[in-house]
Ligand binder design. Structure first.
Ligand code: NAD
Length: 440
């Protein structure tokens, strides 16, 4: 099949290359011509494990193309996939300006029957609205389908080629059949449903996962007060197959380009329908508070944070990605700076993106985890990159000014830190406080 993808970001680029990998002829279009030039020159605009190899193969074999002009590639496309961003507006609602622009562009260009597949995460009812928008512009025959995306950054290629399920929202049989045929080779269950239910499956899934995270984080906070260990608790809970072990890891809360925006958007979707989604509002509030636990722990360990030097390991919202959108590190850095701390940061791949988001001259940018830790009063692990898990903790003790480790992701064991002689502040577990630390 001939497929055009509009929007060559995390979702569009990965989806496009994976459709090409299935043997289709795919053109990825983006209005950002720098991105397209980079891709045409063999570069990859995002960090995503395994992506460059599969892009190179499909370009070489003549199945994958990149363009910054939609009109050059749309005419003979059977399917046009929209994968543009839907960021949050200040009130939490999804900003649909990019979707609307893409839909208008398509409507002005199509000349024969085309399937328009919306992969971006959009509020319930958007596909119907876009249907009306196109009908107002062109008399050419078309169908709109909703194909929400469930990939996770960091494992995006694997997730796209081996999804848990494929959801297709369609109101007519013809596009439902074409989209089913397109996704059948992936071997996953395919759910064909109406447009509104498909849109809701995406939001409900993300809201549920966010709820699991905030739930275990609240359990962690209680564990700290009553002397239980949240890792043991989560393990004991997760073995129950009705609960499941995934997304039950206590930490500093979720971030990224999806959970924060999709939870807020679903609260708005509910509100617009006169429903107060109390549970999800609490999930969002708990998540915001959870980030500040790092600051509370530092304060317990060091007292006043003014003029204290704090090393932060990890800036990406999770390992395996350079994405820092809504990363807990952003709020943590800002809070530390506002309290007068000196902040030294390091992340293996997300430094540049972070610099673009939080460009504060007071931040000390370092070249590795050791340079960040050197002579710092404490180190905080914010993103559980493998290289941080493997550090020699005795060497860390000797590198720090004060042997204090705030583990925002619970990656070390009590035995490891005891052996190294480090004061340890994990999440939802007993803290280990050595006597040699000086408060000021
Ligand atoms: P992104 O910001 O990485 O990429 C969007 C791209 O669209 C940008 O490159 C932008 O230049 C381009 N664009 C915008 N308007 C355009 C237009 N009119 N014509 C051509 N290009 C245009 O976004 P993303 O992270 O890939 O997310 C895309 C959508 O997928 C969002 O709705 C998001 O919620 C959803 N989603 C994202 C993820 C994820 O992990 N990133 C997972 C599932 C779903």
């Amino acid at each position: 099949m001939k497929i055009t993808i509009i929007g060559t970001g995390y979702v569009g680029l990965v989806s496009g290359v994976c459709y090409a990998e299935l043997g289709h002829h795919v053109t990825c279009v983006d209005q950002d011509s720098d991105k397209i030039t980079l891709l045409r020159n063999g570069g990859i605009p995002i960090y995503e494990p395994g992506l460059d190899a599969i892009v190179q193969t499909n370009v070489r074999e003549g199945r994958l193309y990149f363009h910054d002009q939609l009109d050059q590639c749309i005419k003979d496309s059977e399917i046009i996939v929209i994968a543009v961003g839907t960021p949050s507006l200040p009130n939490g609602e999804a900003d649909l300006q990019y979707i609307e622009q893409a839909v208008r562009d398509i409507a002005n260009l199509i000349e024969r029957y085309t399937i328009i597949a919306i992969k971006s995460t959009v509020p319930v009812g958007t596909n119907h609205k876009m249907n009306q928008l196109i009908e107002g512009i062109t008399s050419v025959d078309f169908d709109i389908v909703s194909v929400p995306e469930f990939l996770r950054e960091g494992t995006a290629v694997e997730d796209t080629l081996h999804p848990d399920r494929v959801v297709i929202g369609a109101e007519n049989q013809r596009p439902a059949e074409v989209m089913t045929k397109l996704h059948e080779p992936l071997g996953a269950p395919i759910i064909v449903t109406d447009l509104r239910s498909a849109e809701m499956i995406k939001y409900a899934s993300n809201a549920f996962l966010a709820t699991k995270i905030s739930f275990i984080n609240e359990i962690a906070n209680i564990c700290e007060k009553v002397g239980a260990n949240v890792s043991e608790v989560a393990y004991g809970m997760g073995l129950d197959h009705r609960i499941g072990a995934e997304f039950l890891k206590a930490g500093i809360g979720y971030g990224g380009s999806c959970f924060p925006k999709d939870t807020k958007a679903l609260i708005q979707i509910a509100g617009n329908a006169d429903y107060d989604f109390k549970l999800l509002k609490s999930v969002v509030e708990v998540n915001q508070m959870q980030r500040m636990n790092v600051i509370n722990k530092l304060q317990r360990a060091l007292g006043d944070l003014a003029n204290k030097t704090i090393a932060l390991w990890g800036l990406a919202f999770k390992p395996g990605t350079d994405d820092v959108r809504e990363s807990p590190a952003i709020d943590i850095v800002k809070e530390l700076l506002s309290r007068g701390a000196v902040v030294k940061v390091y992340d293996p791949v997300a430094m540049e993106n972070f610099r673009q988001n939080v460009n504060d001259t007071r931040i000390v940018w370092t070249d590795d985890e050791w340079e960040a830790a050197k002579d710092s009063d404490a180190v905080c692990l914010l993103t559980e990159w493998n290289q941080f898990k493997k550090v020699d903790l005795r060497q860390l003790r000797d590198t720090l000014k004060q042997p204090i480790l705030v583990d925002g992701r619970n990656v070390y064991t009590v035995e490891q830190v005891l052996d190294a002689g480090i004061s340890y502040y994990p999440v939802g577990q007993q803290e280990i406080i050595l006597q040699s630390i000086h408060h000021s």
